[in-house]
Design a protein around this ligand. Structure first.
Ligand code: ZN
Length: 269
């Protein structure tokens, strides 16, 4: 009798402690004014960016997603910082050897997150049941106790040209309202305006399965109550999107729109 009562008390105390920690973590995220932007994939000297590429250079030039975001992440950062938030840009590889990309990286203040093997799977330091290639970036982002983490990518669903209109923000559970705010903003400013998308709006897809795209980065952020999303809003395999992205003015406006969408979310939290 006595033992079962003690057990009950211990369980209750444990429950309260878990709840307290959870509330503390949620408050910390809510009060944070730091946004981390992670440039997806990495740059290999001599081979270039190691993300998705356009099938060829016929739509105004060849594009690769890591190189694209080395060029334009600074635009996203500027919008966020001008709105009074701190913004860090990170990438898990070394600084690009391409001089133009190296200059852009310097201008954006890109922090190279030390990753001994950029293609290896790492366990999360914050939540060791989570693992993925690129996890050290997600861990580094969480070290900053951020309000949000944005993984900068471009999508591709084919090795040849194919018009796809399923661009979306892939978000974690606690990032749904951020993804919706950002998708709404892109629909007002980019989708079916400067960027042709067959009348389809920007989507929002919740990802909780680490085996699908994005590995466990979204989950490890979710475990810390940090809204996170992957920007898969344009397709390098879509000739219309590639033509759009190859125009630097369009690329900058897409980047700025992503920053503005994030700020809209942060201000209305
Ligand atoms: Zn990618």
């Amino acid at each position: 009798m006595k033992i079962s009562l003690l057990l009950l008390i211990a369980l209750f105390v444990n429950m309260l402690t878990v709840q307290c920690t959870q509330q503390q973590m949620q408050r910390q995220v809510f009060e944070s004014r730091t946004v981390v932007l992670d440039i997806g994939h990495y740059y290999a000297p001599g081979r270039g960016g190691q993300g998705a590429r356009t099938p060829d250079a016929t739509q105004g030039g060849a594009l690769e997603e890591c190189e694209f975001w080395y060029k334009y992440a600074g635009e996203v950062k500027n919008v966020i910082e001008r709105s009074g938030y701190k913004c860090l840009v990170i990438n898990r590889g070394d600084t690009p050897t391409d001089p133009a990309l190296a200059t852009a990286a310097k201008r954006a203040g890109v922090i190279q997150v030390r990753t001994p093997q950029p293609t290896a799977v790492y366990l999360s330091r914050h939540h060791p049941k989570r693992m993925a290639v690129g996890m050290l970036s997600a861990d580094y982002a969480l070290d900053w106790k951020p309000a949000a983490v944005i993984f900068l990518h471009l999508n591709s669903d084919s090795d040849t040209w194919r018009v796809s209109n399923k661009g979306a923000f892939y978000c974690n559970k606690v990032g749904v309202s951020m993804a919706i705010a950002m998708a709404e903003h892109l629909n007002r400013t980019i989708f079916n305006r400067s960027m042709p998308n067959g009348g389809f709006p920007c989507g929002v897809i919740v990802r909780t399965d680490g085996h699908k795209g994005g590995g466990d980065w979204l989950n490890t952020c979710n475990d810390s109550w940090v809204p996170a999303l992957i920007t898969e809003v344009a397709f390098l395999s879509n000739p219309l999107h590639a033509r759009f992205l190859n125009n630097p003015d369009n690329a900058r406006s897409l980047a700025r729109s992503i920053g503005e969408g994030a700020v809209r979310y942060l201000r209305n939290r």
